[in-house]
Structure formats: C-alpha cells, structure tokens
Design a protein around this ligand. Structure first.
Ligand code: F3S
Length: 406
C-alpha cells in the first residue's frame, strides 16, 4: 500500500505514539487486503458492547485513550450491554466494571454518545459515495445499500484506528468493482412490514452468504425501517454488507449498479410461502413468552408511534414484560411528541442504549422471548439459550397485553 509522506511520518512516530499505533493497524490491514492507498473517511461508527470487546480489545482501546488518542471524524457508538436506564438486567460487578471502562475509553477519545445501532436516525447520515468506517453489521448494510455510502464491515479496533486517523484502506466495498451484484432474487411476496422484510433478508443471507444480492420486486415505497430490517437480517444470516434492490436502493435509483455479472448468475424466488417457512423456522417455541422484546435494530420515532397506537386502551399483562429498545436520541424525540409517555402508560418500557441481543437476558430469567425482529429471533437463542417466537408486531402486542387503559 502506498503511503503519503505525511502517513509515513505518522507510521514512524512523528505524529505521536497514539497515531503511530493507529497507523500501524491500518497499514497492516491494507497489506492483508492489498489496498492501494488510504482514503479519507467522513464518519465512523464504533462498537462498545461486552460481546464485541474481549480482553485484548479493552487493552488496546485503553492504551490508545491513555496515549491521548482522539477521534478525528464524527464518531458514533453502538449499544452496550446494559441500558442507560440501568435497571433492566443489571450486570454482575465484574462485567459492569469492564463495560464502564470501555465506555470511559470511548468518551475520552471524543465519541458522540449515541449508544445505538441506528445512528442515522440521530444525525450520523453519510452521503452518497462517502467513504466511512463503520462496524455494526446492520448499520453497515444500511449505509452501503440504502444511502450508497461505502464501508466494509469492520471489526473492533479497525474502526477505532480508522477514526483516529480519519482514513481507511481502499479495498473491498470502497471500490466500485467490488459492489457488483453476484446473485439475483425475485421477490413475489408483496412484503408489508418489518417482519416480511426481515424474512426476505434472512432468506437472502441463507441462500447467498457473503455475496452481493440484486433484488427485484421490492416495493419502490419501501421505508427506511423496512430496509433496515432486511439488511440487519441479511447481515446476521449471511454476512451481507451490501444489497441492491431495483428502483429502491441508492445505487439502483441512480442507475449505478453494474449488472453485467448477473447475466448468467443464479436466481432465487422468494414468495409468500418462503417467508412463512422462514418465520416458522425461526420460531423455536410455542410456549407463552416471558418477554416481548421489540426494537432490533433500534427503532425510529415512527415505529414507536405505531406501537403507541397499538397499545391504546391496553395494559401489559402481569405475567410478561414488554420492552422496546431505541437510542437516547429517539427516546427524547418520542418524549417530546408524547409518544413515549403513551407507551409507558401501558406498562411497557422503553430502554435505551442496549438491546435484547447484547444484554444478558439469561440473568433476567428469560426463557421465551417473542419479537417481530428476524435478526433478534435468529441471534437470541444462540447468544442466550432462550427460545424465540417470531410474529408480526400486532400479534406481539396482543400476546403481551390485555384490554384496560394504562
Ligand atoms: Fe442493534 Fe442489538 Fe439488533 S445492536 S441490530 S438491536 S442486535
């Protein structure tokens, strides 16, 4: 990888030890992926949960913070393993201390305290063609596909180094030739809600792991929330970091998708029956849930408003908890609109800065979780040993509540 004189000086330690360490990480990555150069990034999004940070990661971030490293570009941060409200599932003391140290190191380096996997609802909104350095697989799928920005799915440490330097090796999805679709999906299912879109993402990920798909047949008015669900499920089921949907996603709308490789590509059909089968496959329990958990990926104000409408005149049953996850920013906006109060008056809780996958559900005695999130239904059983029930939002609400004003 060619380095500029300034980058070479940084690598030799001429710009301080923190930047030398960050540049060494980027130079190593560039060499492995045979990048030609470093390109500037407009923003970063970094990980912070206990599931992402093991001992070595904590050591590196604390060392960088102690050396005086600072994020050079706007940098938002993913959720952590306990809510900002702090009383949902308390962490055991050892883990709580580790989580506190991770957050303190990010804060020292100047992170924007977003604590969310959907930072685009709160202002970290890359533009078309921008190079960015994001981790968080669901957010990566969204910014690459829906916004047409460019990032690889970075692991813990690389995004931190990239943000400190404001640069990333130009490889993978930063290059136009690597954004070509390799497999075609025909959707004949009239998807209507986040569950349908999530199921499509899950099928895409299962059938074509690691390949960039081209989807035909998604409704042109698909919302960001629906596309978020699709990308999040595709990322967790098949490591997909970019999808194109004809007439829907950013590069397709601009006629910028190179379709030549699709002529002889394999094609899959996703119809209503396939969606039904996917939902059945991800439903591992028929028992009554202990927890109905919504908000994976973190919900928008519009999604909270829809929940508030469904909860009108209903009360959460004594035998179940109804928790919905979002960012502190979205919760504040929902409070200003009176939406959050309407939800919590039913007995439901809005938790910020964490989620059902990265908090320690088993410590809260959860055995069966119900959700409308395909990504959560796929991840929670393997992460926490709980069973999952996957169902549309209205069914989740009706299982969690009974008639009676809150
Ligand atoms: Fe976000 Fe947690 Fe789901 S970080 S994408 S809500 S697994």
């Amino acid at each position: 990888m060619r380095l500029t004189d300034e980058e070479k000086r940084t690598l030799d330690g001429g710009r301080g030890e923190a930047r030398r360490v960050a540049m060494e990480i980027l130079a190593g990555m560039g060499k492995i992926f045979e990048a030609g150069r470093l390109v500037p990034v407009r923003s970063a999004h970094v990980l912070a949960s206990l599931l992402n940070f093991h001992g070595a990661g904590l050591e590196v971030i604390e060392r960088l913070a102690a050396l005086g490293a600072r994020y050079a570009v706007p940098t938002t941060v993913d959720p952590v393993s306990v809510s900002l409200e702090g009383d949902d599932i308390p962490l055991p003391p050892g883990l709580a201390e580790r989580q506190r140290r991770i957050c303190a190191a990010h804060a020292a380096m100047g992170v924007v305290p977003s604590w969310t996997c959907t930072p685009y609802w709160g202002g970290n909104l890359p533009g078309y063609g921008d190079h960015v350095a994001w981790s968080e697989s669901s957010a990566v799928a969204f910014v690459n596909s829906v916004l047409g920005a460019r990032t690889n799915r970075l692991s813990t440490g690389l995004e931190i180094a990239a943000s400190i330097m404001g640069r990333i090796p130009e490889c993978g999805l930063h290059l136009t030739e690597n954004r070509r679709p390799r497999v075609r999906f025909r959707v004949e299912a009239d998807p209507a809600d986040e569950l349908d879109f999530g199921a499509i993402g899950y099928l895409v990920g299962r059938l074509a792991p690691g390949r960039t798909p081209y989807l035909v047949g998604l409704p042109p008015h698909a919302t960001w929330e629906q596309l978020t669900s699709l990308g999040a499920a595709a990322a967790s089921a098949g490591g997909i970091a970019l999808f194109h949907a004809e007439g829907v996603t950013a590069e397709s709308r601009r006629g910028a998708v190179d379709l030549r490789g699709l002529r002889r590509a394999e094609e899959h059909l996703i119809d209503r029956a396939a969606i039904r089968r996917a939902v059945a496959e991800l439903t591992t329990a028929s028992r009554t849930p202990d927890l109905v958990a919504l908000g994976c990926p973190h919900w928008s104000v519009r999604q909270l408003s829809r929940l508030a409408a469904l909860l009108r005149g209903r009360r959460v049953r004594d035998s179940v908890r109804l928790w919905v996850y979002t960012s502190p920013y979205v919760k504040r906006a929902a409070l200003e609109k009176g939406v959050a109060q309407a939800i919590e008056a039913s007995g439901a809780r809005i938790l910020t800065g964490t989620c059902m996958v990265i908090s320690f559900l088993r410590h809260a005695g959860v055995r069966v979780m119900m959700t409308d999130s395909v990504r959560a239904a796929r991840l929670v059983p393997s992460e926490h040993g709980c069973e999952a029930v996957l169902a549309p939002l209205a069914e989740c609400v009706s299982r969690a509540t009974e008639a009676g004003a809150g």
